[in-house]
Structures are given as C-alpha cells and as structure tokens.
Design a binder for this molecule. Structure first.
Ligand code: NCD
Length: 307
C-alpha cells in the first residue's frame, strides 16, 4: 500500500505530475467534483492544526468525498493508552485514506506499516511535513516558474521546523540552487540534514545569523515560527521567540521579485504591514496547499485501486 511519509517518497517526476494535476484542478474544478464520490478520508490529528487538517478536509469534500475526523488527541482511545499501530488498524476499517499528524517523529510511518489504506504524514514532531512542501512547491512554481537557479533563505527555527527539513529535501533534488540558513546559534539546521541532504547533494549553503545581510541575495525568503512546543524549557523559548521579525525596513534591500513565504501560523515573525506587499505569498501557500492535497489524495486512491 503506497503511503507518503517523507517528501522523498515521491520522485521528481511524481512531483511534476502532482503539480500538473493541481494546476488542472485550479482551471477545471468541475472535472474533479465527483471523482471521490462515496469515498472517505480520516484526519487523525494528535497535535493542533488549522490549515493542514482543514485543507485536507476541504480537499476531500471538493473531490466529492466524505471526511471523518479526530482532531483532539484527548478525545480518542490514545488517551487510554492505545498504540499508534492499533489505531491505524482500527481506522483502516472505516476509511479509504488517512492523514495523520503526531508529536512523535515516526508515528505516521508506524501507522502506514499497520494500516490497510494509504497514510499521509501531516507532520511528525520536528521531523517532516511533506504536504506542506507540496503547498510550498506549487507556490514556488506559480511565482518563479521553476525549481532551479534559486537562492532560498530559510529563516527562524531551522532546528525544529519540520516544514524547513522537508522543503530542503525537496529542493535539493533540483539544479543550481543555493541555500542561506538564517537562525540563532541554538536553532541551526540539524547536522543530519546538512550532511545527508545538503552536502550529499552538493548544494552550496551558508549559515548566518544576519537576515538583513542575506536579504539582497534572496529569490525566496522562507520565514518560520519558533516551535514553542518542541522546547524543553520556556525560558529558552522566550529568549529566542522574537529573534527575527520581518518588517518593511528589513525589506529595503530585497529583490523586487522576492517571494516571501511562511507555512503559518505566524506569531510575530512577519509584520502585518507586509501582508499587502505583492511579494507576500504566505496566504497563496494556504490555498495552494488545498489543491496539492487534492492531487495527492487522487493519486494515492488511484494507485490503491479505490477510485
Ligand atoms: C507548520 C507545522 O505544523 O509544522 N504549520 C502548518 O502545517 N502549516 C508550521 C508551524 O506550526 O510552525
């Protein structure tokens, strides 16, 4: 049974195909309005979410399907001590596909090994978030027309930010990109990502604490929230939470066609004064996420022979 746990579970050709499908859905929504009639998606969210869960649900409804949802870890049998494996076996009896978010790295993988339907990782701890990457890739494609020859700045919590890890993995497979990793010392990109992804793929990168210094070089600036829920102590979080606040002044030396991204939710990282700047792309990402999740649900249900 084909599941998507890591963005690397999808080949570059499959990513291209998903983007093509998403663009076709945008142009011809009526063509897709009944392709999943009578089918069910289960959203199992053991961590808070607005966009990911609701966009999965909206995606399934727009394909004609139904949704069953568990959005509160405390309201499920996980609170009684049920294992992820048993939960996956159980939910497989009720649904055709599962989207799962969990605070423990690897939990969606365990679910996929036990489920009899496809499982999509909707975020596992500080590890991966492949469907946010799909949203990010469609946004980059629509803004820049390509995934090559780009200088991408990742700014904020690069240690715990799972969206950053997944997007770096995805972009490392395309040609001639450069990455600038902008973070406080304590929140630098984990060395396993640097070694296994950036160095292995010979991606040129630099690490800095200086956002303003990096700004003129950037084609894309990917801002992130400091991941409070992954900190061991609140004092460290309070000290680091406002390390980077993007405001109008910091954009003075930015390129005219900079693409400003953020997976959201935003806390303080981007001043709301920037929301009306044509370079602000973070609400476009939200919408693109729904289309890419539609494309992914379609692909996995087709491969499973469900539709
Ligand atoms: C992200 C996540 O859950 O990792 N949110 C999202 O899915 N759009 C980013 C975050 O929570 O900071």
């Amino acid at each position: 049974m084909r599941s998507v746990i890591d963005v690397l579970d999808l080949s570059v050709e499959e990513l291209d195909e998903l983007i093509k499908t998403a663009l076709d859905i945008i142009d011809n929504p009526e063509k897709y309005a009944h392709v999943c009639d009578g089918k069910k998606l289960a959203t199992l969210f053991f961590e808070p979410s607005t966009r990911t869960r609701m966009s999965f649900e909206a995606a399934m409804y727009e394909l004609g399907g139904h949704v069953i949802s568990m959005s509160e870890a405390g309201s499920s049998s996980a609170a009684k001590g049920e294992s992820v494996a048993d939960t996956a076996k159980t939910v497989s009896c009720y649904t055709d596909i599962i989207a799962m978010r969990h605070p423990k790295e690897g939990a969606p993988l365990v679910a996929s090994l036990n489920a009899s339907v496809p499982v999509i990782n909707a975020g596992d701890g500080g590890h991966n978030h492949p469907t946010q990457t799909l949203a990010d890739l469609l946004t980059i494609y629509r803004e820049k027309g390509s995934f090559e020859n780009l200088t991408i700045g990742f700014c904020g919590d690069l240690k715990f930010g799972r969206t950053v890890h997944s997007l770096i993995n995805a972009l490392s497979r395309y040609g001639n990109n450069k990455m600038i990793l902008i973070s406080p010392e304590e929140l630098k990109l984990p060395s396993y990502v640097k070694k296994d992804v950036l160095q292995k793929n010979r991606i040129p990168y630099e690490q800095t604490t200086d956002l303003v210094g990096a700004m003129p070089k950037l084609d894309i600036l990917y801002m992130t929230r400091v991941q409070r829920e992954r900190f061991f102590n609140e004092e460290d979080y309070l000290r680091l939470k406002d390390s980077y606040i993007l405001d109008v002044k910091k954009l003075e030396n930015a390129k005219e066609d900079l693409c400003i991204m953020h997976p959201l939710p935003r806390v303080n990282e981007i001043s709301i004064a920037i929301d009306d700047d044509p370079r602000a792309c973070y609400f476009k990402q939200v919408l693109n996420g729904k289309y890419m999740r539609m494309a992914l649900i379609l692909k996995l249900l087709k491969e499973a022979g469900t539709i």
